[in-house]
Ligand binder design. Sequence first.
Ligand SMILES: Nc1nc2c(c(=O)[nH]1)N[C@H]1C(S)=C(S)[C@@H](COP(=O)(O)O)O[C@H]1N2
Ligand SMILES: [Mo]
Length: 198
Amino acid sequence: MNATDVTELYREFGEDRLPPGQRETSAFPVLSKGPVPEFDPTSWEFTVTGAVAEDRSFSWEEFTDLPTTTQRQDFHCVTGWSKFDCEFTGIPFPELADRAGIHDDAVHVMFSALDGYTTNLPLDDCLREEVLLTWEFDGEPLPPEHGGPLRVVTPHKYAYKGAKWVDGIEFLTEPERGFWENRGYSNTADPWNEERYG
Ligand SMILES: Nc1nc2c(c(=O)[nH]1)N[C@H]1C(S)=C(S)[C@@H](COP(=O)(O)O)O[C@H]1N2
Ligand SMILES: [Mo]
């Protein structure tokens, strides 16, 4: 499949493709706060709640029937490594948001995951084509340790803004903080501005 190249998005934020203080790696390290959670495709449910026209839920089959796009992007971890040219396939956040019918007063988003992880972003940072809910990496099903069956990728932010094993999105009318944002990592997480700690 032809991937959309979004590796150039750094030009919006900084001078160099490699953000300051990062080192490039060809490996794909795993960083999780705990063990890989169980996934049962028959009972898995993805929920969209909060400031939306109507709460929605998707089965695994319904979710993976949504229209997909494939992008080539860079991946920046707050602990200092960056991996270039990762290919992820999934549905762009704006397309999913369209299906939910977001209320005018929604300003913020909280993602939740099967392992109890949460992470937050302003709505504007989510309404970008390159924020994907993805279930394929380099043409293969997303490996469980990297967030399979489904994760979020946020190439314009440090990777902790992308919830692995994501199973819910809540639209909020006030900002709130997620797991790492409450434990010392930056709420804004711009890699080109080295926003590592909050
Ligand atoms: N559900 C969940 N998502 C998560 C995490 C986690 O512990 N649980 N860790 C975050 C952190 S700190 C990073 S750096 C990336 C790491 O993704 P990777 O393990 O695929 O490299 O996932 C993020 N998403
Ligand atoms: Mo991280």
